[in-house]
Design a protein around this ligand. Sequence first.
Ligand code: G1P
Ligand code: ZN
Length: 553
Amino acid sequence: MNIVSVPVTPFAGQRPGTSGLRKKVAEFRQAGYVEAFIQSLFDALPEVAGGSVAGRTLVLGGDGRFFNDCAIQTIIRVAAANGVGRLIVGRGGLLSTPAASVLIRERGAFGGIVLSASHNPGGPDGDFGIKYNVANGGPAPERVTEAVFRRSQSISAYLTLDTADVPLDRVGAARLGVTEIEVIDPVADYARLMERIFDFDRLRDLLRGGFRLRFDAMNAVTGPYAREIFECRLGAASGTAVNAEPLPDFGARHPDPNPLHAADLIAAMAVPGAPDFGAASDGDGDRNMVVVGSAAIGGGMIGPSDSLAILAANAHLIPWFRDGLPGVARSMPTSRALDRVADALGIPCFETPTGWKYFGNLLDAGRIALCGEESAGTSSNHVREKDGVWAVLFWLNVIAVRGEPAAAIVADHWRRFGRDFYRRHDYEAIDSEAAKRLIGTLRRRLRELPGTRVDGFEIETADDFAYTDPIDGSVAEHQGIRLGFSNGSRIVYRLSGTGTEGATLRMYFERHEADASRHGLSAAAALGSLAAAAAELAAIKAITGRSEPTVVM
Ligand code: G1P
Ligand code: ZN
């Protein structure tokens, strides 16, 4: 077994600021591509992450999508050739994103590599991705991704080993050159942490006492986690976890937990005799969708912004948060339902740019302990990623302690705080230039917009969201156009940073309703006219040629 240095031509790797390198599988399959990216990462780390990987521990695993198995072996060879001391690899090459974050933190690793394109489709024509997480367990910050990008543009060779694949199908240890390879149960460390966070005795009583859960793993990575935690440790009926076998093509579906792609779950929750609580997670297990079947609150999904606010209001019922929360945070487009809870609790609520990485410093500094995004991400200070299975356990723990159905908890929350009606419209795969023009035009009009009447109410504030990190003072600008209205409504326009085709424009709408007799309205009814006015105001049809959003959530 020899270390070989293979020449490569420089390439444009991960764009700085994005959450990992995410592209079509075909790009990753080009000869030397994965190797060159990993080598760029290893070359860049000494300058930005406090040292080289030589002799250090790295965590490695992925969501099991097509090419996961090949990429893992490639990365193992490059890592061993670069002198990594220990690689902690999930059995079968599997690790959910939150479980990788747990492992990095609990095992004191230098960092971790997670293979996933999150909720994007898999298979040979689908997407693949590589994410790097740093020692706090969170996504690489911008200075790291920037350095990796710079290095990818000047790299001339990568190191690898001319050796066969390492078997990953069984827990155990192996050695490759100087590298110790530890194949671990992907669920064990994660499940142990969940047992410390939640009241497993109460959860067991709930799930053995006739309460029925349906957890849809969407043929992605959370299947083994759900089986072990809900069924084995908590005694839920077998079959509680559905679509629980991770498949390379996710059963030819998008592993995206929303009412569109998890329509099965929504349907299963709507029939007579439906389970008491439904939930789903995405490809790599960091997102969550929670579903109640109850017509009383409109049925269907509990909106992620509401879910975050409700968990915050009930956090003291969870052993981990027994002493309360120091503060909370939400991404800018997430509804302000959380702010109302923070006000009532007398704790700060931070508004950060879209993307989990902006929560990292606040969590590390202990300024917040719970945070989330409207895009189905919720989590806490137990990891530095969002966490799907954790969010479901949180809900179950609240239900168990309150002894009330989820729908009653939601309705009660709205009675207390009012309901923040919320919707998001996405215009996917629009022309990139048109998208830039649309946002640019809004940006130029910011000064003239206040005072304008839209949907019967006056725009009071208009800005392009900028965020100064309270811990390190770093500034993120141009994070989205915010319009605030005299009746408390809000419209937000921003461009997605994660799409792989053209540009995606996202528009977010919200309106606060204090009157409980109107809480049963559908979000569509409550926000329809605001949405139409928002499209008009930004001249979406004229600039992009689209008259309808591709996704409405
Ligand atoms: C989307 C979500 C954002 C999330 C990110 C990564 O980013 O909106 O909340 O953090 O995916 O999962 P976007 O495409 O909007 O930039
Ligand atoms: Zn994800």
